[in-house]
Design a protein around this ligand. Sequence first.
Ligand code: NAD
Length: 239
Amino acid sequence: MGKSALITGASRGIGRAIAEALAGEGMDLYLLCHNNIEMLDELACRLTERYSISCHTFCGDVADSEFIDMVFSNIDSLDVLINNAGISHIGLLQDMTNEEWNKIINTNLSGVFYCCRAAIPLMLSSHSGRIINISSMWGSVGASMEVAYSTTKGGMNSFTKALAKELAPSNIVVNAIACGVIDTDMNSCFNDEEMSDLINDIPIGRLGKPSEVAQVVLELASAPEYMTGQIIGMDGGYI
Ligand code: NAD
């Protein structure tokens, strides 16, 4: 039987690139998105035809534990879990509402908890598995105007390290990729001038590509099990 992977936030951006890369390795996929099921189904159709894999799609909120439990009730075995879905919030902390705070915490952190909690029993039964969390460099160093976002990614990094320790005896590997600025819709809030300032701060002189993050995911998915609990920097030398 082929290997399988579940990717959250797979309809676009980094998640979509990861889906394409894992499909290219012949993995069967469970793809989740929040709203755009048409776009996700179109991706699933294309990957199924091109790579002769199976693709199951689900549409819902990762912050809804009942939705995540429903998704996992359709899955018998899972080799790789990619916690990619996430949102950003740009603004002064003093202006942030309770609703905005809760939304980012629930999406970026609780969603990861719900997915891991549901995936772990499947991985325990095969005494193997890979969990890869898509984090941010701001989780290590913090970003002004992105305090809540930095908090969620810092939490994700601690979650990664702690869960790696908890699951290492069961041969389940947990790592995170701390991305720098990657060229996706998440950064469409920046105007040309802000983007040019941002790029000037990146030593390599350009944004990262979603396909480059996907390449690191592929490498982590096949790296030795001894490499666990790591936060892998992927930021063009920014940090
Ligand atoms: P994106 O906005 O293009 O994609 C985010 C994905 O998450 C979308 O598919 C969206 O539908 C999904 N999503 C958002 N809220 C959701 C919810 N409540 N339930 C289910 N799905 C939800 O952005 P991206 O850049 O591809 O981001 C992917 C991940 O990479 C995020 O976790 C983000 O924090 C992280 N990241 C991105 C950058 C960057 O510069 N683009 C940098 C560091 C980390």
